[in-house]
Design a protein around this ligand. Structure first.
Ligand code: ADP
Length: 358
């Protein structure tokens, strides 16, 4: 297949007039279950000029028999390309978990939402800590590169150490291994990245991080259901996805899109989490269901996926998040921390029905 792909690419020239296979810019080509992905290495400032060639490469390869989807990304990380460009290098697809860096990771679980602002990152952070609280070895990858929030949520400011040429060592956040693009790129820059560059960055974050042995790697996905999400869903060898939604109908429509996207790439939905589900009043102690609570339960039943749990709307959750001291750590006996813990237990049971947490 690789030869057939290169033959197609030989008909496509970059802006400098050189055929792609001769340009020295192509990464190794990964072919996995009908899906093809590879990178073209270009300087960040050149991304615009290369977009046409990138698209043409995708179209050309998509026309091949046996190819169901193609993802070509531009990347400015030439060091990343150096290691994969060697024609004899083993393709990442040869590693048990897609990328060698994930070889000792038992489960990669995406936390996704159909739209921003539903509390996806807050949930991912507390869920990772709750899984850790069960005694599991846990990492969290902040793939929300448009708005990385793990540095803030975990109160981490340090730069990760680098091993060898380019392998990043995750930081420690309350016993969870944390990696975020926010540790390496300043936020303003991440925001202006073009789509294809973002996709390349996500893949690099999966490949070039020393995750080591983990039971669960939680991935905080970018919000929405576009190309970046698809790349992630396709390339990370996900065990499954968790969809976070608020109870409002609109959010649920978006959540449905999220479910459909994972279905499209054959990733099972492990369950829905309803966030900001209800509000317990400080003064009267009553439970107020401000956003027609229960929508997620109905939606989960309709989709035939479990409802993993419901998290209340509580300003304390936000305050703890803003302060970099997540509620699962600061108030471990609160009803909220318990709710996260129950979700973690249900999630783990869904992943490994026969293995109790240590
Ligand atoms: P997303 O990742 O979906 O964009 P965030 O996790 O960044 O959402 O959350 C958006 C805002 O809502 C943040 O200010 C966060 O602190 C707050 N938030 C999230 N979940 C809750 C909750 N259950 N109760 C109160 N505030 C919350």
């Amino acid at each position: 297949m690789r030869e057939a792909i290169l033959e197609r690419l030989a008909g496509i020239c970059g802006p400098e007039g050189v055929a792609l296979p001769d340009s020295g810019r192509l990464s190794d080509i990964v072919f996995q279950g009908g899906r093809v992905y590879f990178f073209i290495s270009v300087a960040a400032s050149e991304a615009g000029r290369w977009e046409e060639a990138r698209k043409a490469a995708e179209t050309a390869v998509a026309g091949l028999d046996g190819v169901s989807s193609v993802m070509v990304s531009l990347t400015s990380d030439s060091a990343a390309i150096d290691s994969t460009v060697r024609k004899s290098a083993p393709s990442p697809a040869d590693a048990p978990a897609g990328f060698p860096a994930l070889a000792e990771v038992r489960h990669v679980v995406a936390v996704a939402s159909g739209k921003g602002g539903v509390g996806k990152s807050t949930t991912a952070c507390n869920l990772a800590l709750a899984l850790r609280g069960l005694g599991l070895r846990v990492g969290i990858l902040d793939a929300d590169i448009y708005g990385p929030s793990m540095p803030k949520l975990f109160g981490l400011r340090a730069k990760p150490a680098v091993i060898g040429e380019r392998t990043l060592v995750p930081l420690d956040g309350f016993g969870v291994k944390v990696m975020s693009i926010g540790f390496v790129v300043d936020e303003a820059k991440a925001l202006v990245w073009r789509g294809p560059m973002v996709m390349g960055a996500i893949t690099q974050m999966l490949r070039d991080v020393a995750w080591g042995a983990l039971d669960v790697l939680v991935v905080d996905m970018p919000p929405g259901t576009g190309d970046a999400q698809l790349t992630m869903a396709q390339s990370a060898n996900l065990s499954g996805a968790v969809i976070v939604s608020t109870p409002q109908d609109l959010a649920l429509i978006d959540a449905r899109k999220g479910v459909a996207m994972f279905g499209q790439v054959g990733v099972p939905i492990l369950g829905l989490i309803e966030n900001m589900s209800y509000f317990v009043c400080d003064e009267c102690g009553k439970r107020h269901e401000i956003f027609s609570h229960g929508g997620a339960a109905r939606e989960a039943a309709k989709l035939g996926v479990p409802l993993l749990g419901e998290i209340a709307l509580d300003p304390l959750i936000r305050e703890r998040s803003d302060g970099g001291t997540p509620i699962v750590i600061t108030e471990p006996d609160s009803p909220h921390a318990l709710a996260y813990r129950r979700i973690a237990e249900t999630l783990w049971h869904g992943l490994e029905p026969d293995i109790a947490p240590p």
